[in-house]
Unconditional design. Structure first.
Length: 59
């Protein structure tokens, strides 16, 4: 596996790697928002779960 910028260069195209503070901030905010949304979805599903019926089921 090659994760270097050199692996993505050829005579036809060239992709440059640009990492700035803004890209770190965007990534952090994006991951934070998606984690919050995922947590809210799981919370809503757990809230509607009937725990007594779940605990009474036999294996």
């Amino acid at each position: 596996m090659c994760f270097d910028v050199e692996c993505y260069q050829s005579e036809l195209y060239r992709l440059s790697l640009v990492v700035t503070n803004a890209s770190y901030a965007f990534t952090f905010i994006f991951i934070l928002v998606t984690a919050i949304i995922s947590g809210l979805i799981v919370r809503r599903q757990l809230k509607s779960l009937d725990l007594i019926a779940v605990l009474k089921t036999k294996e």
